[in-house]
Design a binder for this molecule. Structure first.
Ligand SMILES: *Cc1c(COP(=O)(O)O)cnc(C)c1O
Length: 486
């Protein structure tokens, strides 16, 4: 059945509530509001009983795909299962009923949580200090790049370039451009890692920093990171780490120990806050000692005095790049990350990454005979296959394979990213999948490889079992039609 708009379900006079008789005189709108704020026409709201409102939204939610339904193998996005205890912590009245303008002495618990979370994140990544302000990974990148700019400005230097590796996430060059830098692309070598010769060539006096992702977007660890660190710092440039792939490193190694000056975290990826559909996220930024004076304000401070411990917000750091957000960042995401880290402890965090790596390599082992693997195994927490063979031999593109996966009841992997892999099919299973669910997903992809050989027309017309069938991709994004899918 096709779901109607809730407006189409409306019938005049149907109500979702009933109230006891009122023994106080009702005020008319004219008595309560200035005339210019009154509606000229009544609001066009659907009239519908409570039972039908609930059914409508439950039916819609059943059409949706989410990580509580099945595996969500979207590479780079770390769509792990989000433990419900995180939400329980958010719902505690001491957090959920706070107002951001309350006096500091009445929000000591919230400030303590933020102070401790900053400390834990600093410890996890080996950084000297962390700001929780940025609202997403990309926003953390912007904060990090502004910090780098301040650092160079304070030394009277006007470097204008940022180096970005060609396998990077699109937000890297975008953030660099927003901060006013010109972008120089560094090549990947034939093993999928940064090409050191190309880096050496492009590293001149005008380079403010290089942005690296480690492990990179094809799930490979930059083995030459210490050599890269030496080259970059000898040149007076700084080293930025895109930390979106931290799910591979927790408790195993730390960006700070590799010599990075700045790193952003994606709390909604590595630290299990629900995401997708546009947020909200949280992208704290961690820095080495030399960048501390420029961190965004306010900074939560802990003051131990004769009357006990007090937490306060300090907005008076003269070197600061300023505010990145209203108030304190996306506070509820911070509570979820805090809860997640405290529930797991240091041993548990390490197991997260170990299992993420084992799961990725297990899944890859089941798939790489049928799909091309452009760069050699082993991988870290994710991998990137290529649909080149299916395209050349059977005219089935990666887009078609991704559509067909929907018929098997899974969300599609990331496709056509990173740009250095043709017909890319990028898969990140995460640690929260069992061996059985990994096998089901592998079976689906293997049977699609069979279908591409024996009945390519089936794959080309997929999806056939979803509420919305194959769309014209370009038209669908230009002429959004939310009333009548199909
Ligand atoms: C997700 C991601 C980003 C951007 O993070 P957002 O929170 O989506 O803004 C940057 N780099 C990589 C590698 C990512 O996977």
């Amino acid at each position: 059945m096709r779901e109607q708009l809730i407006f189409n379900l409306s019938r005049e006079g149907r109500k979702g509530y009933s109230l006891a008789p009122n023994d106080i005189r009702e005020l008319t709108p004219e008595e309560t509001l200035p005339a210019e704020f009154l509606r000229k026409e009544p609001a066009d709201l659907p009239e519908i009983p409570e039972s039908e409102v609930v059914r409508h939204f439950i039916r819609l939610s059943n059409l949706n795909y989410h990580v509580d339904k099945n595996m969500y193998p979207l590479g780079s996005c770390t769509m792990k299962y989000n433990p419900k205890v995180n939400d329980a912590a958010c719902d505690l009245a001491g957090f959920s009923e706070l107002h951001p303008l309350q006096p500091e002495k009445t929000v000591q618990g919230a400030l303590q949580m933020m102070y401790e979370l900053s400390g834990m994140l600093a410890e996890i990544a080996g950084m000297a200090a962390v700001s929780l302000q940025p609202a997403a990974g990309a926003h953390g990148e912007l904060a990090g790049i502004l910090l780098i700019r301040k650092y160079h400005e304070a030394r009277g230097s006007k470097r204008t370039k940022l180096l970005v590796v060609d396998s990077a996430h699109g937000t890297n060059p975008a953030s660099a451009a927003i901060a006013g830098y010109s972008i120089v692309s560094v090549k990947s070598a034939s093993d999928g890692r940064t090409d050191l010769a190309d880096l050496r060539e492009k590293l001149d006096d005008d380079v403010a920093a290089i942005m690296l992702t480690n492990p990179n977007t094809i799930g490979l660890f930059e083995k030459e990171i210490l050599e890269i660190e030496r080259m970059v710092h000898e040149n007076g440039s700084l080293l930025y780490m895109d930390g979106a792939n931290m799910n591979a490193l927790l408790g195993i190694t730390r960006p700070g120990d590799m010599g990075f000056d700045v790193v952003h975290y994606n709390l909604h990826k590595s630290f299990s806050a629900p995401h997708g559909g546009g947020g909200p996220g949280s992208g704290p930024v961690g820095v080495s000692e030399k960048l501390i004076p420029y961190l965004p304000v306010p900074i939560v401070e802990k003051i131990v005095g004769p009357e006990g411990t007090v937490y306060r917000l300090n907005s008076e750091c003269s070197g600061s790049i300023g505010r990145m957000m209203n108030f304190y960042g996306n506070f509820a995401v911070l509570i979820r990350a805090y809860t997640y880290i405290r529930m797991l402890g240091s041993e548990g965090l390490r197991r997260v990454s170990e299992n993420a790596i084992i799961n990725a390599n297990y899944l890859l082992g089941r798939l790489d005979e049928r799909y091309e693997l452009p760069y050699p195994k082993p991988v870290m927490h994710e991998f990137c296959l290529s649909g080149d063979r299916q395209k050349k031999q059977h005219g089935v593109r990666t887009l078609d394979i991704a559509k067909r996966i929907l018929d098997y009841g899974f969300h599609a992997p990331t496709i056509y990213f990173p740009l250095i892999v043709s017909e890319a099919l990028m898969i990140e299973p995460t640690e929260t999948e069992t061996r059985e669910s990994l096998d089901m997903f592998a079976d689906a992809l293997l049977s699609i490889a069979d279908e591409a050989e024996t009945s390519p027309e089936l794959v080309l017309s997929a999806p056939v079992s979803t509420p919305v069938k194959r769309l014209d991709e370009a038209q669908a994004s230009r002429q959004l039609n939310i009333c009548c899918p199909g």
